[in-house]
Write a new protein. Structure first.
Length: 456
């Protein structure tokens, strides 16, 4: 019989052998980060307030107050634009409601019940501020709200602010100059103002009991998360690199992955998932090696808590889930995802699949018989793929069509152990791009403007 795992966060007779999240007293230097964490895909927590050492203005505690966000110049400008219908999207809460535990030992007391109606960002923040003061979420039958993955740097809000240049005092300045070991290749290759890396930056504000479903981050990116207030409970699972999980195009989790990582059955569900082989990995099946117990199949699982002032590194390709812990009020955190030498190979694999989807779609893209122009067909195919690819997959695809040399430049900056494979995939990307474009050039400027100018 299986023993109760001493580290199992669910207190189960567990086949996984959960590990505590590694904790460092100080941030690693660049070489240690790559060698010991990024390349082997091992998470870690930096204890203490590293934000002070990096000189972040947010280290002074301003982000503990939800009212600070609601009254911030950027949020007020976004609110003004949204009310004028100037392109700033409205947002909704993820709504959680308490349930009676089916199992006596179950820890999942709150379950997601969908999304709220839409609000302007400032209206949503003001609601959270009032609820935090009155502790609405503590009521037995009340709903708990989660402002999840707000892409705070992903929209141009400057036209809603009076008199200043774009972005002079946005929220991003509160966490400048960023995390020392996390240097993003997408930023360096595409530029700091390019929309793709800016859409990989999020703020999360959630009441206790709320959280995220298990998922793998987009584009095979790493992530760091800094906890400004409250606490988060984390579960992170890594599969053997040979059997690594890439979600299907447009999906957020790989096939067969558990839907919950905090319930009483998650350990058995993860062990079952660890033994599954995805259809596109069948050519690698000979490389699979079962563990001695035949259950975990190269799977490593970590559990731990992120406390105020601490920073977590989440490696690329890991399945993870989060729950905002009770007892300390709302959780406030910021997260940036990025590509570096250790995971650029995975990002190129995502691009390879997106280019394949574009190539296959181009021939079916034009619904009119009179439309023979290949350039139009490419743009119509891109428009169709907006509903299939994630916003990040689509963004990398468009960036590559505008700059054919991008995959090659990224591959040249891969870790030495991945360099040959990255360069081979970059060559495939170039071939697929050539096939998709059919010898025509990609339109300058947004492709939807090109289509609109032609009456599409």
């Amino acid at each position: 019989l299986l023993e109760v795992c001493p580290n199992c966060p669910n207190g189960q007779r567990c086949p996984l052998g959960w590990l505590p999240l590694p904790r460092l007293s100080a941030p690693p230097d660049a070489e240690t980060y790559l060698r010991e964490f990024a390349v082997p895909r091992t998470p870690f927590v930096v204890s203490g307030n590293c934000a002070h050492a990096w000189g972040w203005p947010a280290a002074d505690g301003r982000w503990r107050d939800i009212g600070y966000f609601a009254e911030h110049r950027q949020v007020r400008a976004m609110d003004a634009q949204a009310r004028r219908g100037q392109g700033i999207r409205l947002i909704s809460f993820n709504v959680f409601k308490r349930q009676d535990a089916v199992h006596r030992e179950a820890k999942t007391e709150w379950v997601s019940r969908g999304s709220s109606r839409k609000f302007t960002l400032r209206s949503a923040l003001l609601q959270l501020k009032v609820r935090a003061k009155r502790r609405f979420h503590a009521r037995r039958k009340a709903a708990a709200l989660y402002l999840s993955a707000w892409p705070y740097d992903g929209e141009d809000w400057s036209s809603g602010a009076a008199g200043d240049s774009p972005g002079l005092d946005g929220l991003g300045l509160d966490i400048g100059p960023g995390v020392a070991f996390a240097k993003c290749l997408l930023c360096s290759e595409l530029g700091k103002v390019h929309p793709l890396p800016r859409r990989l930056r999020w703020i999360y504000i959630g009441e206790p009991g709320t959280g995220s479903a298990p998922h793998v981050d987009p584009l095979a990116t790493h992530a760091w998360m800094w906890q400004a207030a409250g606490r988060k409970e984390w579960r992170i699972v890594r599969r053997d690199p040979v059997a690594d999980a890439f979600p299907a195009l447009g999906a957020s989790s790989p096939p067969g992955a558990p839907l919950d990582m905090f319930g009483p059955t998650v350990c058995d569900a993860l062990a079952t998932w660890a033994q599954s082989v995805r259809p596109w990995q069948s050519v690698e099946a000979e490389s699979w090696k079962l563990d001695s117990d035949g259950l975990t199949n190269g799977l490593t699982a970590w559990a731990g808590e992120l406390k105020p002032g601490e920073l977590l590194f989440v490696p690329a390709g890991t399945l993870h889930a989060v729950r905002n812990a009770a007892g300390t009020g709302p959780s406030v955190a910021v997260s940036h995802n990025y590509v570096d030498a250790a995971n650029v190979l995975g990002a190129l694999r995502c691009l390879e699949r997106a280019l394949g989807a574009l190539r296959d779609q181009v021939g079916q893209a034009c619904p009119r018989d009179e439309c023979k122009d290949h350039q139009i067909s490419v743009c119509l195919a891109l428009e169709h793929l907006e509903s299939i690819l994630s916003i990040h997959e689509h963004g990398l695809l468009v960036a590559t069509l505008s700059d054919a040399a991008l995959p090659g430049r990224l591959a040249a900056r891969a870790a030495l152990s991945d360099r040959d494979a990255a360069e081979a995939i970059a060559a495939v990307c170039l071939e697929r791009q050539t096939q998709a474009l059919g010898g025509c050039s990609f339109p300058a400027g947004p492709y939807w403007d090109f289509l609109s100018s032609l009456g599409f």
